[in-house]
Design a protein. Structure first.
Lengths: 114, 115
């Protein structure tokens, strides 16, 4: 089982609709969860972080965390063509005692259709 | 102007050569990371360091080496033992993974090509 799993897509969403991106993780001890956006040929850009169960909203973005079910999701409301990118889920994991690392999923490619 | 600087942006390596990728940050972050990204793939962790003079192997450390002599700097050497080094290399840093918030921020990346 991969440490962080995402549907690779591509996910196509009409402009103005809600895009929903999902991520599951395997380490029950994980405490920090992040969503990054990556445009083609560019480095990842942090768009959301979440640490507690529930929803966290920032503008058109909402991150949702459910630790019991070990999943984290990202909703993008009123999707715009500029939201077309690959979205990476990242989770802190513990390879062994005293060490902590940031593990990424393979990313979901999102395309907003005008 | 705070941030993470990677250099060079593009790098060409001949077969059998070692090359060193530079990563410098002025954010006063304790933790630093190196990731590799292949076309259409996610980020795979090469090495990470949570404190000066200490670093840990990630998931794909073979053929790579690092040092962390200063808080600001975490250079990555791609050795001749790395059989498929052509990739996009990303350096990141965060305050401290033990703290919250612990967001990691990335440099602009180095695109390495073997010729």
């Amino acid at each position: 089982q991969k440490e962080v799993e995402q549907n690779s897509g591509p996910l196509s969403v009409p402009e103005g609709a809600i895009a929903s991106l999902n991520c599951t993780y395997s380490d029950r001890g994980s405490q920090s969860f992040f969503w990054y956006r990556q445009y083609s040929g560019k480095s990842p850009e942090l768009i959301m972080s979440i640490y507690s169960n529930g929803d966290k909203e920032d503008g058109r973005f909402t991150a949702q965390l459910n630790k019991a079910s070990q999943y984290v999701s990202l909703l993008i409301r009123d999707s715009q063509p500029s939201d077309s990118a690959t979205y990476l889920c990242a989770v802190n994991t513990y390879p062994n005692f005293g060490n902590e690392k940031l593990t990424f999923g393979t990313g979901t490619r999102l395309t907003i259709i005008p | 102007d705070g941030g993470i600087t990677q250099s060079p942006k593009y790098l060409f390596r001949k077969e059998g050569q070692n090359v060193t990728l530079s990563c410098e940050q002025n954010l006063n972050h304790d933790a630093m990371y190196w990731y590799r990204q292949d076309p259409g793939q996610g980020l795979r962790l090469i090495y990470y360091s949570q404190i000066v003079n200490d670093f840990q192997k990630g998931d794909i450390a073979e053929g790579y080496s690092v040092s962390r002599e200063k808080k600001e700097s975490f250079p990555l050497t791609v050795t001749s033992a790395q059989k498929n080094p052509t990739a996009f290399y990303l350096c990141a840093s965060s305050i401290d993974l033990w703290a919250q918030p612990s967001e990691a921020f990335f440099g602009q990346g180095t695109r390495l090509t073997v010729v």
